[in-house]
Write a protein that binds this ligand. Sequence first.
Ligand code: KIV
Ligand code: ZN
Length: 513
Amino acid sequence: MTDRLFIFDTTLRDGEQSPGASMTKDEKLRIARQLERLKVDVIEAGFAASSNGDFEAVRAIAHAIKGATVCSLARANDRDISRAADALMGGESTRIHIFLATSDLHMEKKLRMTREQVFEQARLSVRFARNLTSDIEFSPEDGYRSDPEFLYRVLETVIAEGATTINIPDTVGYAVPELYGEFLLDLRQRIPNSDKAVWSVHCHNDLGMAVANSLAGVKIGGARQIECTINGLGERAGNCSLEEVVMAVKTRKDYFGLEVGVDATQIVPASRLVSQTTGFVVQPNKAVVGANAFAHASGIHQDGVLKARDTYEIMRAEDVGWSTNRIVLGKLSGRNAFKQRLKELGIEMQSEADINAAFARFKELADRKSDIFDEDILALVMDEAVLAEHEHYRFISLAQHSETGARPQASVAFAAGEVEHRATSEGNGPVDASLKAIESKVASGAEMLLYSVNAITSGSTESQGEVTVRLQHGGRVVNGVGADPDIVVASAKAYLAALNKLHSKTERVAAQG
Ligand code: KIV
Ligand code: ZN
């Protein structure tokens, strides 16, 4: 019988810690539903004690999700653990994930605690959590750079207190595959009660080895849970990519001999949803989910693939969900067809009024663009005008003029709360002029860190443009995403979306602060 490898997705927690990737409760819920369709084993929905917003998001996800365990992160103290338990209460299957740093560097410089204090805190926190749940994961933060002798003591004790999963984070992405695998194996061999817990890997990608390290942790170290994120989203260089580890284990079953429960046909839709929600664009040559991952440009390769696919293809595009990229609706589609497609895509609108608003926008789009793809529908429902009547800034209209030899001009109408503004400005180009016009009224003073345009669907110029704008202000970094067949309009929408995020001042505690 083959062994089972558990997939623990932390897109909504560790992925969200990426600067600018923070998500609203509704956005998190939509991604959680896609993760449910993807059939991951565990969804880390957030860090309940970090903010009221995250508490509510964890609670909503715990109530909505069936068939996957919903998890909340918690620092190793009673308050955080109680908050996590409260947020998870009523969920079908739930887990509390406690973390505490164990490397000398972190204990000394960050926590300012002695080894004995950390040991006691770890022990008491798991003991406390054991009164609230039977599914407890413990992570010694910066575990890979911790003294193994100290880890033997801490981990043996937390298992004895009731931890059921032991996760070994390579928090700073310092590991190399063979050494990380051996590190895990040594821990499992030296800790007498190690067989009472599932061992897990959690690798960051600072040296580009998160996937390789995770797989070595499984193959050499005997781990049976991988922590990962969609598109490898995460702080700095990100986390281990879900799509890459899952497809590695599935494609090389001959080598790993492991079973994963993930429905791979949901990988590309999940990748798209996360990218459209966070504004973190997927690079074209990214394994499995990049636009070029299955494109054969060279004549020799094309010829080979036409004669026999497996000459140059080790996976089939449709097996990871690329076939969902098809025309789904058009100008003549009715409200019921639209509503049905929303349902199939896992999009739940709050009310009939929201559906009507989205349908009206769909009709507008179908008048301007003959073929509507799933990606267009996702972009449309993510658009401020439909989703967020409650948002402070809302796009109304835009006019711009650009002509060779003349300085471009734009005039933008938008609402700020109840007040409508119209502002005009010049700029280096029509996009620059539009954003300057908005800024002339809003006066946010935010610094722009990133501006990028992407075609939502195929490379054709008929595609909608999706613009991401990343702003920084007062120590906060936010991303705004806007989509429209007109990229100047998409840019204005993205800018307003980013301003809305700056406007909602949600304070949160950093998980690795
Ligand atoms: O990278 C890390 O150490 C973490 C822990 C909180 C598990 O994300
Ligand atoms: Zn992490």
